[in-house]
Design a protein around this ligand. Sequence first.
Ligand code: COA
Length: 173
Amino acid sequence: MASTDTKSTVTIRPTCAADLENIAAVHHESFARQSHSLEWVTATANGYPRMRYFVAQCGSGIVGYVVWAEKSGFRTEVVLELEQIAVLPTYRGQGIGRALVESLLDVNEALRARGARVKAILITTRSDNHAWHLYQSALGAKVQAVITDLYSADEAIMIAADPIAHLAKGAYI
Ligand SMILES: CC(C)(COP(=O)(O)OP(=O)(O)OC[C@H]1O[C@@H](n2cnc3c(N)ncnc32)[C@H](O)[C@@H]1OP(=O)(O)O)[C@@H](O)C(=O)NCCC(=O)NCCS
């Protein structure tokens, strides 16, 4: 079981090839309906720079990850999808998910190098997944639509319209 001060010992960093099996282990542990974790994670990571993984490292272990996906071509005003986020069950509820979402500031810096910036974040999540609290709190995301029975249940489509400003304020609602 992780200790209550885990967040202070966790480092958020971009992924490297050596992380893929560990990311796949977190994926496998977190998403019961999704199979072939290593193949999926490897295929996604191979999409860099359209796809950007960040991991949460605690000691020598990977305890969480987030993957950002650039949508609809390489634009100046970038719409990113927070495609997936997961934290190992024993590390949840300690701020690691929020710290992973804050990696968006690093993505924005990387985009600035090509004269672009993050305009908006798209997120889809099961309507009954508590993760929407994190997206609302950290990014200012709001539910724009609900699609009935998309993957395994109703899926909420959320948009964060000004996520960098929201994150920079460290805003909590
Ligand atoms: C979603 C997930 C990544 C959150 O990670 P986490 O490390 O537990 O999140 P944090 O501790 O940073 O909490 C972030 C916010 O969510 C809220 N939160 C966390 N767990 C919660 C719960 N069970 N119920 C309600 N709110 C919760 C926290 O209060 C916090 O809000 P705040 O920033 O306003 O204080 C994690 O629960 C997880 O891996 N879930 C399984 C995989 C999954 O469903 N991913 C999302 C798919 S869309």
